[in-house]
Write a protein that binds this ligand. Structure first.
Ligand code: PGA
Length: 241
């Protein structure tokens, strides 16, 4: 894992945007693996800025997102489809038909997950997968558990994740209890992984990931086994390493 420690969130966002921009510039039809949450918002803002300055062209790019709540409709302002449209897709020239987010309204969940996984392969695989890390060490919605699922699947959210995400909802009771998420193997199939972490509330997760045993109790701990992971982490998040 290549580790870059930066001062703060803004610097992390700029460095991350530079990394994604390099991938897009060198391969205009690349497949971007995208993530939601607070962490990548600044990176998306930087990418939009570069696009507005005429430095980036998303017209040939494709994207797949890591996860989506279930059930949730795409027009719900807490859905990850809404988030992606708002922070990136509506602000750059990506063809929305080439952007894939798991469908929070899918009726046949199993068939949808299979098709989602098959689509990642049909696109040629992910070139760079952007990832955040949960306070509990989750990646995507692969929560700490006795076993980790390989492919895209429906999962129950842990109490810690529901609590962490309740800040976006009217109350904790409104947070969906399930999500669709790419699995560990789906994430690991990406040619490059860009892991972004900011803030003292992630410091223990970063310590566990880098210094703890490799364990399904910390799904992020497996990332050290991938051969091309770049971690951009701010000082606060790196403070316990
Ligand atoms: P956050 O979530 O960016 O909102 O902190 C990251 C994650 O849970 O993976």
């Amino acid at each position: 894992m290549k580790i870059t420690v930066v001062k703060n969130y803004d610097e992390m966002s700029r460095e991350a945007a530079k990394y994604v921009a390099e991938t897009l510039t060198s391969k205009p039809d690349c497949v971007l693996g995208l993530a939601t949450g607070d962490t990548p918002i600044g990176m998306y803002a930087e990418l939009v800025k570069m696009y507005n300055e005429g430095k980036l062209d998303f017209s040939k790019a494709r994207s797949v997102n890591l996860d989506e709540y279930y059930p949730i409709t795409p027009d719900n302002d807490q859905s990850y489809r809404y988030f992606m449209n708002y922070h990136l897709f509506d602000k750059v020239n990506i063809n929305k038909a080439n952007t894939y987010v798991p469908d929070g309204t899918a009726k046949d969940v199993e068939a949808h997950c299979k098709a989602y996984e098959a689509n990642i392969d049909a696109l040629g695989g992910v070139d760079v997968q952007v990832l955040g890390i949960g306070r509990n060490g989750h990646i995507g919605f692969n929560e700490p558990d006795a076993e980790l699922v390989r492919g895209t699947h429906l999962t129950a959210l842990t109490k810690s994740t529901i609590e962490a995400n309740s800040r976006f909802f009217a109350s904790e009771a409104d947070v969906p209890k399930h999500a669709l998420t790419m699995g560990i193997e789906s994430v690991f199939k990406a040619r490059k992984i860009l892991l972004l972490v900011s803030g003292a509330n992630k410091a223990e997760a970063v310590r566990a990931m880098l210094k703890g045993n490799i364990s399904t109790n910390c799904p992020a701990s497996f990332l050290g086994l991938h051969n091309d992971v770049v971690l951009i982490c701010d000082e606060a998040a790196y403070s316990l390493v």
